[in-house]
Design a protein around this ligand. Structure first.
Ligand SMILES: Cc1cc2nc3c(=O)[nH]c(=O)nc-3n(C[C@H](O)[C@H](O)[C@H](O)COP(=O)(O)OP(=O)(O)OC[C@H]3O[C@@H](n4cnc5c(N)ncnc54)[C@H](O)[C@@H]3O)c2cc1C
Length: 403
């Protein structure tokens, strides 16, 4: 459904941002409430038609995330476009420690799936257009938020006014909704940038992902269709600028040196994109008639591919709380309901942010002592499964109780 009316409108819920987090929340609520809630989805960017060769950004969905998407009827459409990961090889460049995580030993059919972000967004958009009670305002931007006890009034740059019970910010790492409400953001610069590209190798990846720790930063290969791999290569910003400016042959050469020959020769590379890496966290997950999810709540370093996986757990928890309020005829934007969401999400959110910082600093350091301990750690991950592997594995496979 496309919203075009310029008169004052009323919605149960307004979501700012229609990328992965915002769109998933809208579709989860449509599913869980059987289209019972009237939802406005506001997206500032105009739709763009991407060519397959521009499809550089892929994300790895953990097994648990695939199960969550299945619960809300989305995995069926996404799975034909996702490449399963059945093994993850974790290693430290130039050192002896390595570990393998295998779906078979974890008793899982697969550890996760890799999907091009633009494909997932296209599938989401098609599903939203067919949804009964989701109205998409695009391109549109919230310019004013006026909160009263019982409702919130939003003004859009299109001149429209919307009244709602609850506003959810899913508007990315620089959330303008949080800025309008003066909700502070904590920022930490990792002094790293990620270069991403899709490459083809001479040996088949056989559904294997690789996470390789180098002195400059982590390097990940994720399996894609047609024997391609999606590369996420983290390094210092100055190195990234140099590597990005190389021609394809120079880039392939540098990447081959860093990754080695486990997948044979790197034959081809697609377009490259560069992302500066920062941790951005909203100081609050909730406020009066307001909640934050996804990158707007926390933008993470991609080292362990946790960004959307964590966002999905935020989204599903919030969606379940809202659906419960709807079923019981409670006010969906009441503070007591939002507090339940905050309490449920904070432990996982804090633990994930902490694990990622430890991985970034523990593995991007050339100190001999740290090198020794992380190699012992990688070996330990293989030989004493329970104690060392569990916290990492829980997040790598996304298996959380209660969701
Ligand atoms: C290199 C890299 C690799 C990654 N790999 C993985 C991975 O393997 N697995 C994983 O789980 N995650 C991964 N991530 C993270 C993942 O990409 C993000 O967590 C996910 O895409 C976040 O989506 P989002 O919808 O929360 O935010 P965003 O994608 O930032 O979307 C925000 C949306 O809001 C819109 N918007 C902005 N301002 C407004 C406004 N004022 N009003 C309305 N709309 C607005 C924007 O146009 C955008 O569409 C990776 C990230 C990077 C950088």
């Amino acid at each position: 459904m496309n919203a075009t009316s310029s008169s004052a409108l009323a919605f149960d819920l307004v979501i700012a941002g229609a990328a992965m987090s915002g769109a998933t929340l809208a579709l989860a609520l449509e599913h869980l409430t059987h289209s019972g809630l009237k939802i406005a989805l506001i997206e500032s960017a105009a739709p763009e038609k991407k060519q397959p060769e521009d499809d550089t950004h892929s994300i790895a969905l953990a097994f648990g995330s695939c199960l969550l998407l299945n619960k809300i009827g989305l995995w069926e459409a996404l799975s034909p476009h996702s490449t399963p990961i059945t093994k993850i090889h974790v290693s430290d460049k130039g050192h002896w420690g390595f570990t393998n995580i295998q779906a078979s030993t974890e008793n899982l059919p697969f550890l996760g799936g890799v999907i091009a972000l633009s494909k997932a967004e296209q599938i989401y958009l098609e599903t939203i257009n067919k949804a009964k009670n989701i109205s998409l305002f695009r391109p549109a931007l919230i310019t004013e938020i006026h909160r009263e006890i019982q409702e919130t009034t939003l003004t859009l740059n299109t001149g429209q006014t919307i009244k709602t019970k609850l506003l959810v910010a899913a508007d990315g790492g620089r959330s303008s909704c949080c800025a309008l409400l003066k909700i502070p953001r904590v920022e930490h610069d990792f002094h790293q940038s990620a270069i991403i590209a899709n490459i083809t190798t001479s040996k088949p990846h056989q559904n294997q992902a690789f996470e390789r720790f180098t002195e400059q930063g982590p390097l990940a290969f994720l399996p894609l269709s047609q024997n391609r791999s999606s590369v996420v290569w983290c390094m210092t910003p100055s190195q990234a600028t140099k590597i990005e400016s190389l021609d394809d042959a120079g880039f392939i050469d540098a990447l081959q040196k860093e990754f080695g020959w486990r997948l044979g020769k790197i034959l081809q590379t697609g377009k490259r994109a560069l992302y500066p890496l920062c941790l951005r966290q909203s100081a609050q997950l909730i406020s009066h008639r307001f909640a934050v999810v996804g990158n707007a709540a926390q933008t993470l370093h991609p080292i362990a591919g946790q960004g959307f996986n964590l966002a999905l757990r935020d989204v599903m928890t919030l969606a379940q709380n809202i659906a419960h309020s709807y079923e019981n005829k409670f006010d969906i934007g009441e503070m007591v309901r939002l507090q339940a969401y905050r309490k449920q999400r904070e432990p996982d959110r804090n633990a994930t942010v902490c694990m990622i910082s430890q991985l970034v600093y523990g593995f991007s350091n050339a100190s001999p002592l740290l090198t020794f301990f992380r190699n012992m750690g990688l070996i330990g991950m293989s030989v004493c499964p329970k104690t060392m592997r569990d916290p990492f594995l829980k997040r790598a496979t996304g298996r959380f109780k209660g969701l």
